[in-house]
Design a protein around this ligand. Sequence first.
Ligand code: IMP
Length: 374
Amino acid sequence: MTNVIVIGTQWGDEGKGKIVDWLSEKADLVVRFQGGHNAGHTLVIDGNVFKLSLLPSGIVRNNTVVLIGNGVVVDPFHLIREIKQLEEKNIKISPENLIISDAAFLILPIHQLVDEIREKNYGSKKIGTTGRGIGPAYEDKIGRRGLRICDFVNKDDFESKIKKLYDFHNIWLSAMSESKQNYEDVIDKLWSLGQKIIPFTRPSWLILDEYKNESSNILFEGAQGTFLDIDHGTYPFVTSSNTVSSQAGIGSGAGPTLMNYTLGITKAYTTRVGSGPFPSEDHGENGIKLGKQGHEFGTVTGRQRRCGWFDTVLVKQAVALSSINGIAFTKLDVLDGFKQIKICVGYTLDGKTINYLPSSTLEQEKIKPIYEVM
Ligand code: IMP
């Protein structure tokens, strides 16, 4: 039995999709354990391009069962759309190969709206979110007012919960001089989507327990990257979930002894989408060249990624944070056209050398990379 966690060691977009797809051929079960449809995985199989945001990568492989764990936030509109898109490409999706945790929280239309309005109001200080409602949905989870997939079993109960949630958000929306939202505009559509989703649902921990036998290989597919982690990343310029390896157990319903190996995915240079500190960013010609040669545009939003040099300080920190056993190094060929490349081997902060990324945003913005030129 080998149960492997795959996570990104930078700010996401390290090429996890490709490695996860390669590993999922050998996996019996592929599990997503955090994030939502803010993730973007591009898979190319026999010339067919599949773009996945929410469904675990193994879905396009025959004989692989995929599980959306309780730690994922699920937008029912998006879920049904993504299933439909894959079915149009002749991928068969049924409760036999797709299982969704009944305890996963829902992203509702109001979450997306709140996400967009907040970003608009932050102006130049915006986080640069994917605008998918991820943050507001996780806030409601922690605030103990969120709705879960298992709430699709009783319409009266669902209605009373969604009403409370909309009432809560409407206070802020009216304070911001935005239009109040009416839950009655969305409830019927949501309910009918929920009825389509219910046949796919089961407790995620129970599935893991069933697969926990000697012949099963379970692959835990991380989304985003270590420095977008809500606790360990470049807060507040992060996503709203934990992206480090420990989340694999929490977000699916198993303890750490189920996992045997953590594989970190590391790109030969560094990219980041959205705002926030990026010590080895290259604002000049080299950054542009890395972006062009590496096709660095977001899968979900199409945004151009910020590009810079390989930062060993960050990757070492990621190795420690997730107790990484091994690294898959990606996109090395993108560096082929460069006569010289730089590698960040340390930082200076107020004239002192440091070998880690400090927690304070002010210090993260102040540090200067120390490069080795090769
Ligand atoms: P959110 O996850 O949409 O709230 O966005 C928060 C931050 O995480 C923003 O900087 C996004 O660009 C970034 N982010 C979210 N998902 C991904 C991803 O899959 N790859 C890279 N960056 C991401």
